[in-house]
Design a protein around this ligand. Structure first.
Ligand code: HEC
Length: 139
């Protein structure tokens, strides 16, 4: 009799556990694969790298265009992030920061899938590099 009770208990625990597990996997979004960046962008040089006058501009443009998804510190926790199907990589991470400026430029302004294209919203080269410079300060 006692063993019977125990096996029911075990069944309940296994069932509750699997329900919880499926809930957790749903929250765990699919990450986009590696970015395929055309050679033209990879070879781009950031000629605004040491332009301190762009610091404020970069931050302001990030807050205006990017924060809603990527969050204030680039951790992918902005208010719009929850409605995205794709997961976010932290813009602070060593993995992200190890990429070249040209690759970050491509990801930021050409985009792909749920990462919008910003070529028309940020038309000036100077403003684009100001944002790239700002992303560099997030690490
Ligand atoms: C509507 C939400 C949204 C907005 C607004 C947005 N992004 Fe994104 N961004 C994403 C998503 C989703 C990804 C992941 C896409 C993927 O991996 O396919 C992403 C990826 C990126 C990446 C690549 C990160 C990596 O290593 O995977 C960079 C860089 C980036 N965004 C920069 C920006 C910048 C700069 C802005 C503002 C000009 C911006 N994003 C605005 C949704 C957004």
């Amino acid at each position: 009799m006692k063993t019977h009770k125990n096996s029911i208990l075990v069944l309940i625990i296994v069932f509750a556990g699997s329900v919880m597990l499926s809930f957790i996997t749903k929250l765990d979004k699919e990450m986009g694969g590696p970015w395929e960046v055309p050679a033209k962008y990879k070879a781009m040089k950031n000629t605004y790298k040491d332009d301190a006058s762009l610091e404020k501009v970069g931050k302001m443009l990030y807050i205006k265009h990017c924060k809603s998804c990527h969050g204030g510190l680039g951790e992918g926790d902005g208010p719009k992030a929850a409605s995205m199907k794709t997961g976010f990589r932290s813009l602070k991470s060593a993995e992200f920061q190890a990429q070249s400026d040209g690759v970050i430029y491509y990801q930021s302004f050409i985009g792909r899938d749920e990462m919008p294209n910003f070529e028309s919203k940020v038309p000036e080269e100077e403003d684009r590099w100001a944002i790239v410079n700002y992303l560099r300060t997030l690490k």
